[in-house]
Design a binder for this molecule. Structure first.
Ligand code: MF3
Ligand code: CO
Ligand code: CO
Length: 257
């Protein structure tokens, strides 16, 4: 391996700061869906998210990141990730909505995402997509134990996705997260030739499976950001940040109240 640092270890006050930022992001993630009403535009939802983010004392970690123009990412139906709030895009009952929230609180980053159907659904395929994408994240988290490797997380996610016959998005990955939104290493949602660094206490990882009902292939829209499935089928995205410890991983974006 080269001498470039391929992971980051956090300690002491940095961990406290990351915990607070992650908690703020989780709070926004859990409050925002309660405030979404049919007919709201994704831009209005982005505005509400901005107010929630600011009420935590933080600012958006996404706004301006590589020129990203939104406060959060809000991706509908066949949109996978990086959807930008738009005034001409209303949400309707039955829409599968993915929200990805990044909060910068005091120089530390919280990053978390969830997916849900507005008003709920009983469509079996949609439920399978949501249940197994959530389960893939859970199993990825369970594999995030010191002494194992990034590859073990990837493999746990891939196993669940394959068991449910879901397409795994390959172009976007999980990542380290702490003082920057995207720390090394990358965490693919499939097994690659690279086993990645060994997991060590103090590593903070954002694990984020993006799974599709159909093809794994995605395309990026002409806005330069919005990623959608190339067959137009639904996509789901769940993301938690975890701290690697001496024992079980600590889920930092789990709301404790
Ligand atoms: N969705 C990405 C993640 O969770 C971050 C979004 S980058 C942005 O890692 F620029 F689109 F905001
Ligand atoms: Co995210
Ligand atoms: Co992330």
């Amino acid at each position: 391996m080269g001498d470039k640092k391929d992971y980051v270890i956090y300690q002491g006050e940095d961990i406290c700061g990351i915990r607070r930022a992650a908690d703020a992001a989780a709070r926004v993630r859990d409050q925002l869906p309660l405030m979404i009403r049919p007919g709201m535009s994704t831009k209005e939802i982005d505005n509400v998210a901005a107010a929630l983010i600011h009420s935590t004392g933080g600012i958006s970690a996404f706004l301006g990141y590589r020129g990203y123009p939104g406060q959060i990412c809000i991706s509908l139906n066949d949109e996978v990730v990086h959807g930008i709030g738009r005034i001409d895009k209303p949400v309707r009952p039955g829409d599968l909505i993915s929200i990805d929230i990044g909060v910068n609180l005091g120089g530390y980053i919280g990053d978390t995402a969830t997916s849900f159907v507005l008003g709920g659904t009983d469509d079996p395929d949609t439920l399978r997509l949501l249940d197994y994408t959530r389960k893939a994240l859970d199993e990825g988290i369970n594999a995030a134990v010191a002494g194992r490797y990034i590859k073990n997380i990837s493999s746990a996610v891939e196993k669940i996705a394959k068991s449910a016959k879901l397409g795994i998005v390959r172009e976007y990955c999980g990542h380290g997260c702490g003082k920057t939104l995207h720390d090394p290493p990358e965490i693919p949602n499939y097994v690659s030739f690279n086993k990645g660094p060994e997991l060590r206490p103090g590593m903070v990882l954002a694990i984020e499976p993006m799974l599709n009902l159909g093809t794994s292939k995605v395309i990026t829209e002409s806005d330069g950001w919005t990623v959608r499935t190339s067959d137009g089928k639904l996509s789901a995205h769940f993301e938690h940040m975890v701290l690697i410890t001496e024992s079980k991983p600590e889920i930092l974006t789990w709301l404790k109240t």
